[in-house]
Ligand binder design. Structure first.
Ligand code: NAP
Length: 311
């Protein structure tokens, strides 16, 4: 097998046939992001392709925010099987697909695009991937949890919030730097849940400002804290939750998996909380994407072995 290079760009897609004529097997899937160098999706998806004997490769594409439309137009012409979208393309991706499934339309975000008869079909596997990850990491279903989501206005945070609401979680507290985005999401969730009995009664869903006092007032009534912001990817980032607010009653899930232990997870561990990084979510959402592209069950053991879970 002749391996794909570390990462491609829009300019590479524009001269793809010439650039990749020697790629063996051909690259016909990939992940679009900015940044994308940290993504572990290629090693996981390539392991799945090998395990299933599918003769193609999955590569990393550094696509900047203004380039998504052109990049998708090119993969459509180049007959790709599909792509994943990651930070910051999930929200913008919804406007670029020809059709979106029900969950992606609700979440307002797409993380998986499948090409069918020349059409771009958008899905979102982050919600279900998150639900499976929480079950495997903390052995508890979402319906039993009071959950705070930091970054609830982003593509991932919105998908997670919808999944929590659909699973009838006990309470949901939405936090976002731009509070209006969380308020808009809360309005959509309330409309959807209108009239349905909720475990937490009238206060099952709350939106709070991105500030310490507001978080402190809520965290005594929260079981699971989810970081769905990119805060923690860089060593200079501030903590999304002040360390002094973390306690042993909390489970803390950081969607970030690179670095494996973010400053948030270290602080939470020191406070006696249970912690998990985003590797299990990466695995589960990736397995669901694979099933969408190839209409078969994903070889989850091979995918898991390709990830650095135990390093
Ligand atoms: P996105 O759509 O761009 O959303 C980013 C979110 O983070 C927004 O809510 C944004 O708030 C917030 N944010 C960004 N910078 C911030 C800052 N300096 N302070 C406070 N809030 C900030 O990104 P995304 O695709 O949802 O990805 C979010 C994170 O989840 C990334 O780290 C990504 O790698 C990770 N992720 C992991 C997995 C997995 O499988 N493990 C899957 C998906 C995503 P505003 O609305 O105010 O801008």
């Amino acid at each position: 097998m002749r391996q794909s290079t570390e990462r491609y760009t829009l300019a590479d897609l524009q001269r793809w046939e010439q650039l990749c004529e020697d790629s063996d097997p051909p690259i016909r899937a990939g992940v679009f992001g900015d940044p994308v160098a940290h993504s572990l999706s290629p090693q996981m998806q390539n392991a799945a392709l090998r395990a299933c004997g599918i003769s193609m490769q999955y590569a990393r594409f550094h696509i900047r925010p203004g380039e998504l439309r052109s990049a998708l137009r090119l993969v459509r012409k180049l007959d790709f099987v599909g792509v994943n979208l990651t930070l910051p393309h999930k929200r913008a991706g919804l406007a670029q697909v020809d059709e979106a499934d029900e969950f992606a339309a609700r979440a307002g975000a797409v993380n998986t695009i499948c090409l069918r008869s020349g059409k771009l079909i958008g899905s979102n596997t982050d919600g279900e991937g998150f639900e499976r990850a929480i079950r495997s990491e903390f052995a508890v279903p979402l319906r039993d949890l009071r959950i705070m989501i930091l970054g609830a206005g982003g593509g991932t945070g919105r998908a997670i919030a919808w999944q929590c609401a659909l699973e009838n979680c006990q309470r949901l507290v939405l936090v976002n730097r731009t509070v209006e985005k969380a308020q808009m999401l809360a309005q959509e969730l309330r409309l959807f849940c209108n009239g349905k009995a909720r475990p937490g009664g009238a206060t099952w869903l709350e939106v709070i400002e991105w500030e310490e006092l507001a978080m402190e007032a809520q965290l005594g009534k929260i079981d699971l804290i989810v970081n769905a912001t990119p805060l923690g990817m860089n060593p200079s980032d501030v903590l999304p939750v002040p360390a002094g607010l973390l306690a042993s009653q909390h489970a803390v899930f950081d969607c970030i998996y690179q670095p494996r232990k973010t400053a948030l997870l270290s602080a939470a561990e020191q406070a006696g909380a249970r912690v998990a990084n985003g590797l299990s979510m990466l695995l589960q959402q990736g397995a669901l994407s694979f099933s969408i592209w190839f209409q078969r069950e994903a070889p989850i053991d091979a995918m898991s072995k390709a990830l650095p879970f135990r390093q």
